[in-house]
Write a protein that binds this ligand. Structure first.
Ligand code: CUA
Length: 348
């Protein structure tokens, strides 16, 4: 009996150690994942956090094994036997050695964790931006992300485009985080830790992705009804592709004579109170900038794919796609709807 339980416990420990320490780092391949993943850092600050978290996990796993092992041993070794009837185990009061051990060892463990964590926080938060770093301002709104490149004159939404960093060529992006309404939290797990986005406060963080691709993230602070539909994408380009993206975004908005009717409807309804289109009378900042609307992958901050069909559903009544969002049903006629959508899909 004793042998069976011992070997079962042994197997369980091996499985636990294997899954914790061998599989987790084994995730590390070199492409972003399509689901949020804290075990596959692909950016300098995320890598630093990943390392300190593995240390904490290893220490906790060690404590778990020692405590659970001793507990299992004691439960079986000192279980009640028939000859124990009416006997009391020896009573021990006070042992300086034991009390010292269970005070000093935990203090040392906490001290090691504290030092390792403090060093990582210092490295991540204290990093000075290189003079040529890309600067981006991210503004959290209920329930979407406004993304501004103040030095480039670009404004977009829900998709942060940045250049990749390569060996010998760092291209970090430094983010200034602001909120237009309530508290949100900016989190792209493969790129950096969470940073809260707080009204009347400017928080800062940075990312330095090392692989091109699309990294998914989301708002990580409950911010109201559509908190779950406040997703964001970080699209990491090679240096050349990023330059190309910047050039495209700097282009003035399309103005196709074929879609003038839709443009007129757009500019004579309340659309322009909330939305901006660069270089036009539409200067609203309450909703996403639409200058290059169709260059984005999603609508409603990751709620649905940005296709002409979904855009039509969205403009007809956004509340059917994202209930509670701040864009109302504009009560457009079928003709107006067709004209506006025909205009909007040209904003590439
Ligand atoms: Cu914004 Cu949750």
């Amino acid at each position: 009996m004793k042998k069976i339980t011992r070997s079962a416990f042994g197997i369980a420990s091996v499985v636990f150690i294997a899954t914790t320490f061998l599989v987790a780092p084994g995730f590390a391949a070199d492409a972003p994942t399509t689901v949020t993943n804290i075990f596959k850092p692909l950016s300098t600050p995320a890598q630093a956090i990943h390392e300190v978290s593995l240390l904490a996990l290893a220490i906790c796993a060690g404590i778990f094994l020692v405590v659970a092992g001793l507990l299992a041993y004691i439960v079986f070794r000192f279980r009640e036997r028939p000859e124990d009837e009416g006997r009391e185990p020896p009573q021990v009061y006070g042992s300086n050695q034991i009390e010292l051990a269970w005070t000093v060892i935990p203090i040392l463990i906490v001290f090691v964790l504290f030092l390792a964590t403090a060093r990582t926080i210092y490295d991540v938060q204290g990093a000075a931006p290189p003079t040529d770093a890309l600067n981006v301002t991210v503004v959290g709104h209920q329930w979407w992300w406004e993304i501004r490149y103040p030095n480039l004159g670009i404004v977009t939404a829900n998709e942060l485009h940045v250049p990749v960093s390569e060996a010998g060529q760092r291209r970090p992006t430094f983010l200034k985080l602001e909120s237009a309404d309530v508290a949100h939290s900016f989190w792209v797990p493969q790129l950096a830790g969470k940073t809260d986005v707080i009204p009347n406060r400017e928080n800062r963080m940075w990312i330095e992705p090392t692989q091109p691709g699309t990294y998914v993230g989301n708002c990580a602070e409950y911010c109201g009804m559509q908190h779950a539909h406040m997703m964001l994408r970080v699209i990491v380009h090679s240096a050349e592709e990023f330059t190309k993206w910047v050039a495209e975004q700097k282009q003035p908005p399309a103005d196709d004579p074929q879609t003038r009717a839709g443009r007129d409807v757009f500019f004579t309804t309340a659309c322009i109170n909330c939305h901006g289109i660069r270089g036009t009378p539409a200067m609203g900042t309450f909703g996403p900038d639409l200058t290059h609307l169709m260059s984005r992958e999603t609508l409603g901050a990751g709620t649905v794919a940005n296709t002409a069909e979904k855009l039509r559903d969205w403009v007809r009544n956004p509340q059917t796609i994202k209930e509670g969002c701040n864009m109302p049903n504009m009560q457009l006629t079928e003709t107006e709807l067709n004209q506006i959508v025909a205009y909007l899909v040209t904003l590439k």
